[in-house]
Design a protein around this ligand. Structure first.
Ligand SMILES: Nc1ncnc2c1ncn2[C@@H]1O[C@H](COP(=O)(O)OP(=O)(O)OP(=O)(O)O)[C@@H](O)[C@H]1O
Ligand SMILES: [Mg+2]
Length: 410
């Protein structure tokens, strides 16, 4: 039998950077073939496009690098959607199977009903994950196809987004010569990239702390139960440093990445750092503690927002797997320790896991969401995943998955 394989491409629209990833999926899993990343300052704010021209330019550059590395031409893409307009909701539905035995068609019908959520016209469902099925009120079923029953119930988690935000992302792709195959919620993608299966079972929070937003999902009993986005990220920390030390944003960013620490207790009182002088003034020495005193209150505020988001759900006492922290801003020393303290949960750093190909590049937590988009695309290839538990998205009918990409020379 001829080995099956498929090549997919994904674009992550981050507040600070655009990433494009090309991967091959086959029966052995996912292999990353190429990645391109381009800085994109002031193109997006908190996940929403605010300057199309800047975004298009960054896509072109990231795409070019990903194409060069992979030897593939990127044309049709999976697009990750972030931003505070992303909201998750749980829903359920019920159908009577057409015959005594439940068929794939019955599952499609019950999922279609669960997806038909009544919501304002300016919102759209982008990702739906089935949580479980019940047949004649026996719940906890993952694959009801073939079972006998007169009633089929489905519980699902839906992630919705603002239609205008999606339209603008599509517009940016089209202007860059790319067609959107489907939109995927970034918080879900990041979680798929970093979580271990047992953490999903135990109950776990994933926080992808980027430049403009914190993407949050909660998983319990193996299912996605909550999605939310907080409007805060690493850029706020940089802004605080720029204001506090009266230095331009670019220098504040440099100092943050080089010397920043989220928790004062981890810094020696005698540690000194150099603050670059502005406008021809000389560099001056500063205690690293002073920098930490600016950073720490902002990080406490961000974790407090996360805590409130978790407390909005009924899962705050059911998180034995703790919190997995990823995203660019997770890289600052002290984040894990301070997160532990504020959230009262065991926190670990989450890097993309199970990577085949380009491991050294993709280990960065800043690439968790773009890698997670490819993991999302690969879910339907997993032998342990019943079809009825696969995510449902709006695949653009004109495109489809076949012929997703053409590999040069194929
Ligand atoms: N070593 C580091 N220490 C502290 N912060 C860092 C470090 N490296 C990157 N960051 C911060 O991470 C942030 C960018 O993270 P990331 O690339 O995940 O964001 P993004 O995907 O562009 O944005 P978003 O997901 O919010 O839309 C920036 O604020 C940057 O300053
Ligand atoms: Mg991001």
């Amino acid at each position: 039998m001829k080995n099956r394989s498929e090549i997919v491409a994904a674009v992550d629209f981050g507040t600070t950077k655009i990433s494009v990833l090309v991967a091959q999926i086959d029966d052995n899993g996912l292999t990353v073939l190429g990645v391109g990343t381009a800085e994109c300052e002031e193109g997006l704010r908190k996940g929403m496009v605010i300057a199309i021209g800047k975004v298009v330019e960054a896509i072109r550059q990231a795409r070019h690098d990903a194409e060069q590395m992979s030897g593939c031409i990127v044309s049709d893409v999976l697009v990750g959607v972030g931003g505070t307009h992303i909201v998750g909701v749980n829903n359920q539905s019920m159908v009577s199977p057409k015959a005594r035995e439940i068929t794939e068609m019955d599952v499609t019908r019950v999922l279609d009903m669960a997806k038909a959520l009544s919501m304002p016209v300016d919102r759209q469902v982008i990702t739906m994950l089935p949580k479980q099925y019940a047949v004649d009120e026996h719940d906890g079923i993952k694959d009801p196809v073939g079972m006998a029953g007169v009633r089929l119930d489905a519980e699902v988690h839906l992630v919705t987004a603002a239609r205008s935000a999606l339209d603008n992302l599509r517009r940016c792709c089209e202007r860059s010569g790319l067609r959107v195959v489907q939109f995927v919620a970034n918080p879900v993608a990041s979680a798929l990239a970093v979580l271990e299966d047992h953490e999903r079972e135990l109950g776990v929070v994933v926080l992808d702390l980027g430049g403009g937003t914190g993407d949050l999902t909660i998983w319990h009993g193996g299912r996605l139960v909550h999605t939310g986005v907080i409007g805060a990220g690493g850029e706020l920390i940089t802004r605080d440093i720029a204001t506090g030390l009266r230095t331009p944003m670019s220098r504040a960013e440099e100092m943050k990445v080089k010397h920043g620490c989220a928790w004062g207790e981890l810094v020696n009182a005698s540690d000194q750092i150099e603050v670059p002088g502005v406008g021809g003034r000389e560099d001056k020495a500063l205690s690293r503690r002073v920098l930490t005193e600016i950073i720490e209150p902002r990080v406490i505020e961000i974790f407090s927002m996360v805590k409130r988001e978790i407390q909005k759900t009924q899962y705050d006492d059911n998180l034995a797997g703790g919190l997995v922290l990823t995203g660019g801003a997770s890289q600052m020393p002290g984040m894990v320790e301070l997160g532990d303290e504020i959230l009262n949960l065991p926190v670990r750093l989450g890097q993309p896991r199970g990577i085949q190909g380009l491991k050294s590049i993709l280990e960065s937590p800043a690439l968790a969401s773009v890698y997670g988009l490819a993991v999302f695309a690969a879910l339907s290839w997993r032998a342990d995943m019943p079809k009825s538990m696969l995510p449902v998205t709006d695949v653009q009918p004109s495109v489809g998955w076949r012929g997703f990409l053409k590999r040069i020379g194929w």
